[in-house]
Design a binder for this molecule. Structure first.
Ligand SMILES: Cc1ncc(COP(=O)(O)O)c(C=O)c1O
Length: 426
C-alpha cells in the first residue's frame, strides 16, 4: 500500500460518469418547453402535435444506418418488445452473455423462455466459440450485449446465428454510437436495442429504441410496443390481418423525451469523441506496463469510450492496484459507479443476479417449471462461465466521464503509474 501519510493525488472526486447528462444545455430545455407549450406530450395525437417521436425515429434510423427505428420507454422495454417480435416464448432458449445487465436475463425470463449463459472473451462481450458450444436444438435467439461502451466480435456471432438458423438481437444499451469499421452496432443483428436511461451515452433520463431492417420484425415490434396490433401510417391500430395480432407491452415513448433525445442525438458524436479521447490517452500511457492487459477493442475508432477496463495477472494484483488508486482519490464516490474491481460490479455479472442464480419464478413454476422448458434449464451459479469468472476477478473497471479535463486525465495516469510502481517493488 502507499506509504502511510502519503498525500493523495486528488482530494476532489472525479466527475460523475453520466455521459449524455453532462451535455444537457439550453437546447434540451427549449425542446422540452416546445412540447409542453404545444400541450401535446403524447406521440399519437395532441392539441398541437409536434411529431417529436416520429422525427426522432427517422433521425435515429439515419444515424444508425438502419431502415426502421421504434422509440420506446426504456431499454428493458426495448428488449421485451424485440423478443416478442421474434416470437420468443416457452420451450425456447436464448443465449445471453455472462457479462450483461440484469435486464437482459429478465427480458428472456419474462417471455417464459430460458436464458443460457455463454462465456465472454477479452472483448468482455460474447465469445463466439462459447456461443457455438452453448447452442442447443432449443435455442432460437442469441442476445449479444456490447458491454461497457465498446462493441464485441459481433460479425463472428452473426455468422454463427446464420449458420445455425438463429436470430441475433444486439443489446446496444451501453454502446450507443459504437461502430465497427464505420458500421453501427445494432445493424449486425436481425434487431438491435438501445437505452437512453441516465447512465447512457445519450439520455432523457429514461427511454429506449428498437431498430431493424426487416419489415415484418419491425411491424410486430410496433404492434407489441403499444396495444398488440400493427399500426397504419397514421398510428391507428390495423385489424386487417388476424394472423398479426399480438399482445401489447405498454412501452411507448412520449414526445417530451423524444424532443430532448433529438438534441442529445446531435450531441452524441461529440460526447463519444470526448470519452474516447480521454480513454485512449490513458490506454496509451498504460502501454509501457506489460503486466497490465487492456481490453481488446475490435475497432478502437468505434469504441464509445465510456469505460476503461484493465486486467492483471492475478486477482490480488487487481485489488491492490484498485485500492491504491482509490486511496489516491481516483473515485466518483459517493454517487457514481466509481472505480471498482469487477467482482464488485453488481448485477452486470451473471452470478451476482440473485433471481437468476436462484431461478426465481414470476408466478409458480413460471418459467422454470413449465412443461415446455423441462430439461432446458442450466445452472447459473458461479463457475458456469470460467473465462468470465477469471476476467471479473482480475479486472478493474473505471468509468470515463464525458467531461474529464486533461488535469483529471493526468491524475488518473499518475495514479496508475504510482500504483503499478509499487507492484514493481513488492
Ligand atoms: C446492457 C443493458 N441492457 C439493458 C439495459 C436496460 O435499459 P433501461 O435501464 O433503459 O431499461 C441496460 C441499462 O440500464 C443495460 O446496461
Amino acid at each position: 500500500m502507499p506509504a502511510a501519510g502519503k498525500t493523495p493525488i486528488r482530494t476532489k472526486p472525479l466527475p460523475l460518469e453520466f455521459p449524455g447528462a453532462h451535455y444537457v444545455g439550453q437546447e434540451e430545455i427549449d425542446a422540452a418547453v416546445r412540447v409542453l407549450s404545444a400541450k401535446s406530450p403524447f406521440r399519437y395525437f395532441g392539441i398541437d402535435l409536434q411529431n417529436e417521436v416520429a422525427t426522432l425515429e427517422r433521425e435515429f434510423a439515419a444515424f444508425i444506418g438502419v431502415k426502421h427505428a421504434l422509440a420506446v420507454g426504456s431499454g428493458m422495454g426495448a428488449l421485451s418488445v424485440a423478443l416478442s417480435a421474434m416470437r420468443v416464448g416457452p420451450g425456447q432458449q436464448v443465449v445471453i452473455p455472462a457479462y450483461m445487465w440484469v435486464s437482459v436475463a429478465a427480458a428472456v425470463v419474462n417471455q417464459g423462455a430460458i436464458p443460457v449463459l455463454a462465456d465472454i472473451d477479452d472483448t468482455f462481450c460474447l465469445d463466439p466459440a462459447s456461443v457455438e458450444r452453448r447452442i442447443t436444438p432449443h435455442a432460437t435467439v442469441i442476445l449479444m450485449t456490447h458491454m461497457s461502451g465498446a462493441p464485441g466480435n459481433v460479425e463472428a456471432v452473426r455468422e454463427i446465428a446464420d449458420r445455425r438458423g438463429l436470430l441475433l438481437l444486439e443489446d446496444c444499451a451501453q454502446c450507443c454510437g459504437g461502430r465497427i469499421g464505420g458500421r453501427s452496432v445494432g445493424t449486425f443483428g436481425h434487431m438491435g436495442v438501445f437505452s437512453f436511461q441516465m447512465n447512457k451515452n445519450m439520455t432523457a433520463g429514461e427511454g429506449g429504441c428498437v431498430v431493424a431492417n426487416d419489415d415484418a420484425l419491425y411491424r410486430r415490434a410496433v404492434a407489441c410496443h403499444d396495444l398488440g396490433y400493427p399500426k397504419d401510417e397514421n398510428g391507428q391500430s390495423d385489424f386487417s390481418d388476424a394472423g398479426e395480432f399480438l399482445w401489447g407491452k405498454g412501452a411507448r415513448m412520449d414526445e417530451l423525451r423524444a424532443a430532448i433525445l433529438r438534441v442529445q442525438l446531435r450531441r452524441l458524436p461529440a460526447i463519444t469523441a470526448a470519452m474516447r479521447a480521454s480513454k485512449y490517452r490513458i490506454r496509451a500511457a498504460l502501454a509501457r506496463f506489460p503486466r497490465v492487459r487492456l481490453r481488446t477493442a475490435p475497432d478502437p475508432a468505434g469504441d464509445t469510450g465510456c469505460f476503461l477496463i484493465t486486467t492483471y495477472p492475478s486477482p490480488e494484483m487487481a485489488r491492490r492496484v484498485n485500492e491504491r488508486m482509490r486511496a489516491d482519490g481516483i473515485v466518483t464516490w459517493p454517487q457514481g459507479c466509481s472505480n471498482v474491481v469487477m467482482t464488485d460490479w453488481g448485477m452486470h455479472l451473471y452470478y451476482n443476479i440473485p433471481s437468476l442464480v436462484n431461478k426465481t419464478s414470476v408466478a409458480p413454476g413460471f418459467p422454470w417449471g413449465l412443461a415446455e422448458n423441462q430439461g432446458l434449464v442450466p445452472d447459473y451459479g458461479k463457475g458456469a462461465c470460467p473465462a468470465a469468472d477469471s476476467l471479473f476477478e482480475r479486472s478493474i473497471l473505471l468509468p470515463i466521464p464525458s467531461c474529464l479535463t486533461s488535469e483529471d486525465e493526468d491524475d488518473i495516469i499518475r495514479a496508475f503509474e504510482e500504483a503499478l510502481a509499487w507492484e514493481a517493488v513488492e
